[in-house]
Design a protein around this ligand. Structure first.
Ligand code: SF4
Length: 261
């Protein structure tokens, strides 16, 4: 039986080979940072609301959606399982947790008011697997966040604007390719909804398209990643990249490829 290679793992491999090596080869699990937990809580509330829209053609009550985000933070932000930066370590844990809940609830409310009414989902969190021609060890697997008629959609939380992401996202390309191949649907449109956590919360929808050239590029990248995995080669990312920092990489302080403490 072939092994499933999840898109989230591939995304980590593309971000930093050393990060992938530490997490999936050595099995070193580092606690998530607050931003990741807030993002997951927001994502959960968006997902449940849009599932209701897809299945029952109506949104959940707003209070229910806000509670989903709040409860997620309550259950998942734990004092002994979170990565705090120096500034966060100065605060009482209750304060940190309260702020995280407020942020996740506000982002969920923003999505509920401004984005969810305009989205017409036909499927949410749809699992997929993709066979790569000539590949006998791995299949690629994942879940497509939101499918609308003729369009793939995803939601991201971010602390800043990230122009051009919908044009470059390999995840969106993968989801479009999976629908094209598995369902024989020609999906050309893709879209990313950003919920942005600046002082004033804001949102931005980026739209883009995908064509055969995008799919060829993705397949070339997957073939290259599979060769890397089989050869056991895991190059560290360039330290100039923003994610190569104590704030965004849980392995930073013990990484032999960066100048740390
Ligand atoms: S610190 Fe940088 S090079 Fe090291 S694992 Fe993290 S992202 Fe990769």
């Amino acid at each position: 039986m072939k092994k499933e290679l999840h898109i989230t793992r591939l995304t980590m491999l593309w971000r930093c080979g050393e990060q992938y090596y530490r997490r999936y080869v050595k099995g070193e699990i580092v606690p998530p940072g607050i931003a990741l937990i807030v993002g997951s809580g927001t994502h959960k509330s968006v997902e449940e609301n849009l599932k209701s829209k897809a299945e029952k053609k109506e949104m959940l009550p707003k209070d229910v959606v806000k509670d989903i985000a709040r409860d997620y933070i309550e259950k998942n932000l734990l004092a002994d399982n979170v990565l705090l930066n120096e500034e966060e370590k100065e605060k009482a844990f209750d304060v940190i947790k309260g702020e995280a809940k407020d942020t996740a609830v506000s982002l969920s409310e923003l999505h509920y008011d401004k984005l969810a009414p305009k989205i017409s989902p036909v499927a949410v969190e749809k699992p997929f697997s993709l066979e790569i021609e000539g590949e006998d060890e791995f299949t690629i697997a994942g879940k497509i966040d939101i499918i609308e008629k003729g369009r793939i959609r995803d939601t991201k939380t971010s602390s800043r604007k990230m122009p051009g992401q919908a044009d470059k996202s390999l995840q969106l390309t993968m989801y479009a390719l999976a629908e094209n191949i598995n369902e024989k649907k020609e999906i050309k449109k893709v879209c990313l909804d950003f919920l942005i956590k600046t002082k004033e919360l804001s949102f931005e929808t980026q739209e883009s398209t995908r064509d055969k050239k995008d799919f060829d590029v993705l397949i070339n990248r997957i073939s290259n990643a599979l060769k890397q995995l089989k050869a056991g080669i895991f190059p560290p990312t360039n330290p100039e990249n923003w994610w190569c920092s104590p704030k965004f990489c849980g392995y930073f302080n013990t990484c032999k490829y960066v100048k740390n403490k």
